[in-house]
Design a protein around this ligand. Structure first.
Ligand code: 13P
Length: 342
């Protein structure tokens, strides 16, 4: 596939105020999510849950793409339509998580490096054959005493760039996800510094490894206070620090930045995205690629019961609409109430 097609796909994923639904929880992670509704994580329950998500009415109005997990890309809806085909027929681009997880980084206590490069070229070829048009790789950077280390940032940035180069070779748009975690008790300035160091290194490696920046999407954390911090920055402060950080590190050639939600509440993730998009024109589209902040209320409303499928879908549709409005800078807290009663 020519680079022009990669650029077109990347642009399509962030066009018309739409964003991405991250539904690529690994078997371990989806089990944790199902534990919260006391549902056993069987292959059929995972399939039924993903069918609920992917058949949500009007989802395509606010969702441009869905990230799938290996098992999900091989599954079908109850009527036998492969999920990738079902999504594509609705104008939603199927994508695939291709890393194999963050593992302890040797010699760096408390830090991780993401694995999955071995055999990746062949796996990408297979995924393309199954209908995937973009991919995702998540690197995890931890904030703490003396961390992140330069060693950890470098190891992860190197792997992200190797993954991205292979994706482009195989005609898939790489979503490059360096996530600086928001779990610690740090202030927002500490998050700013760690995110800036990380993004500098990531773009340095992407350049060295000949990745075409017009054919990627960046999936970062927002610059935000740590969850355990006693002072929580407002949405306006999050927007200011986030934009300042990206304007200093992310080249204008990148078509879009699609944020992860990272443990923010549903409404916080919408309010922060809205504030980010209310600060005027930027070189890139700023949209969403949320997992928990799109799915959490849908999962709770469903509760694993077939009679609750519609209720679950209405919550996913609500979150998708709110976040799409936030991309346009038109989200307000009242939307939550209005949408619920409409
Ligand atoms: P969250 O929005 O729940 O952080 O998930 C996004 C994602 O895909 C993490 O890799």
């Amino acid at each position: 596939m020519a680079p022009a097609d990669l650029h077109e796909t990347a642009k399509e994923l962030v066009a018309d105020d739409r964003g991405i639904l991250a539904a690529d929880e690994s078997s371990g992670t989806i089990k944790k999510r199902f534990d919260t509704i006391e549902l056993e994580s069987t292959e059929e329950n995972r399939r039924a849950y993903r069918e609920l998500l992917f058949t949500t009415p009007r989802l395509e109005e606010s969702v441009s793409g869905v990230i799938l997990y290996d098992e999900t890309l091989r599954q079908s809806s109850a009527d036998g339509t492969p999920f990738a085909e079902l999504l594509a027929s609705r104008g939603i681009v199927p994508g695939i998580k291709v890393d194999t997880g963050a593992k302890a980084l040797a010699g760096a206590p408390g830090e991780t490096v993401t694995e999955g490069l071995d055999g990746l070229r062949e796996r990408l070829q297979e995924y393309r054959g199954l209908g995937a048009r973009f991919a995702k790789w998540r690197a995890v950077i931890t904030i703490g005493d003396g961390v992140p280390t330069a060693y950890c940032i470098e190891a992860n940035a190197h792997a992200l760039a190797r993954y991205a180069a292979l994706c482009q070779e195989q005609g898939l748009v790489p979503i490059v996800e360096p996530e600086v975690l928001m779990d610690a008790d740090n202030d927002i300035e500490t998050c700013y510094r760690a995110t800036k160091r990380t993004l500098h290194k990531v773009f340095d490696e992407l350049y060295h490894q000949r990745v075409d920046l017009t054919g990627i999407l960046l999936k970062p954390n927002m610059v935000i206070s740590g969850k355990g911090s006693s002072t929580q920055a407002s949405a306006e402060e999050v927007a200011e620090w986030t934009i300042r950080c990206f304007r200093g590190t992310v080249p204008a050639a990148v078509p879009g930045i699609v944020f992860l939600s990272g443990g923010q509440s549903d409404e916080q993730a919408s309010a922060n995205l809205n504030a980010i998009n209310s600060r005027g024109e930027q070189p890139w589209v700023l949209s969403f690629s949320y997992g928990r902040a799109l799915q959490a209320p849908a999962l709770a409303a469903w509760g694993g019961k077939s009679e609750n499928v519609e209720a679950g879908q209405s919550f996913l549709a609500l979150r998708a609409r709110c976040n799409s409005a936030a991309v346009a800078g038109r989200y307000s807290a009242e939307m939550e109430e209005l949408s619920r009663s409409s």
